[in-house]
Design a protein around this ligand. Sequence first.
Ligand SMILES: Cc1cc2nc3c(=O)[nH]c(=O)nc-3n(C[C@H](O)[C@H](O)[C@H](O)COP(=O)(O)OP(=O)(O)OC[C@H]3O[C@@H](n4cnc5c(N)ncnc54)[C@H](O)[C@@H]3O)c2cc1C
Length: 459
Amino acid sequence: MPILIGNVLRSDNQYSVAIIGGGILGTAIAYFLSRASAPRMNSVVLLEQEENISMHASSRNTGKVHAPFLYDPVGKKLFAKAAFLGFKMLKDYCSLKSLPFKQDGVLEVAAHDSGLDRLHKYIEWGYSNGLKKDELQYLEKDEVQKLEPNVRCLAGIYCSKDASIDYGLVTRQILEDARKFGCNVFVGSKVVKISARNFYEGDTSNNVVTLHTSNGLTIKTNYVVNTAGGNAVDIAHGMKVATEYTDLHFRGEYWLAPEEYRDLTKMSIYSVPKYPQYPFLDPHWIIRVDGRREIGPNAVPVFSPYAYNLSTNFRYLIPKIFESSRTGARRIVFDKQFWRLVSSELKSSISKTAMINKARKFLPQIRPSSFVQRATAGIRSSLVDMQGKFVSDTKIVKNEYSLHVLNYNSPGATGALPIAAMISQEIMEKGLLYRSSYKYSDDKTPNWDTAALFEEITH
Ligand SMILES: Cc1cc2nc3c(=O)[nH]c(=O)nc-3n(C[C@H](O)[C@H](O)[C@H](O)COP(=O)(O)OP(=O)(O)OC[C@H]3O[C@@H](n4cnc5c(N)ncnc54)[C@H](O)[C@@H]3O)c2cc1C
């Protein structure tokens, strides 16, 4: 029996828009669409396979509101703009809802020579992505030492406009708001089959897409939004979309730091990745919004977006190898650098010392033996093209029945609100949903201007 959270199940199970995936992105799209079309109820449905929303990447991440200095304004344009806009939206939302949001800043350091050029590039990118001079500063070695005496490096960047947050809490709160505006939410409802047909070509309102779920639900809709995170590529392929891409999954593991390291630094410390074209970052020193200190994440290749443990991982080994052999991923077999990095990541998964030693390059005081507890791991799914190259920015792929968000990795949580606003505006413009002009007196649900956000993010 499908589990419906709130609102009334339409007897015909027919909705204007169906969103697959209740992570932060799908939930935020559900919020924008249902707010724009309320008080007309039941135009939007959100389907989530788990018994609750936000069980995967949206609750299993580092919890940083990333400042946009890390993103190339050309190669990662969408994420750069989304991260810039996301900061204020998240800050305002958390303040409105009394959720934790700590503007605690970040220090990015170069522990090796090759990192110095990248730091200069980050400064350039940061300013061109909208950060101000007093928000982002280059620091020489001695200036880093003054700011963070326990950190060792060649130089660094201090960014004051970086924050810590709990994205799981934010996602659940956004869902509450979406439900207030009439969004229907089914949990425990994995979409397993999709079929689509159109009676009059070019008129989206005549689309009939049928979604079947694992728990026997059949939903009919005019339009599907696929925000299924690590499953998004498979769902797109099921609708014959983005077939030129495949994905590879990487588990990011963390270790909880002991209490003795509580005062080691004032802020989180990131180090410049040596090979930024690959999805492998050196582990960071993280201060979470609730005060926990952690080291991570690494990026261990796994065979499924849900391979948090060994048995799930092995269950997907054969299907993933089979799938990869038919796609661009097979070309990675010849990429020696990739395999060198994979072997180092596997080592850091098996050996705690190997993992902690990566962070000792810039924080030499920490000792592997002091770390006794693993923290929550999360899985990123990276898109690979036909040439076997990792795609850098997020990819939004559409056909007449559907929109699919692929490669939605970091800073995906930071940028979720503006990207959801952009996607929602585009859907509203299709005329599929009744557009309400009703003004709400409730000042506890923000009324962001999706048209203005669309303009800002796309230009
Ligand atoms: C280790 C790690 C660290 C990160 N750190 C940060 C950070 O510090 N800052 C930041 O901004 N970003 C960070 N990110 C990225 C960020 O967490 C993601 O970009 C974001 O959470 C993705 O949200 P999502 O809604 O697209 O996906 P998800 O949260 O994965 O949600 C997708 C949902 O779809 C559901 N689903 C899948 N298939 C189906 C189906 N067939 N039917 C129904 N439901 C389905 C899943 O159960 C899931 O709930 C990190 C990610 C990881 C893994």
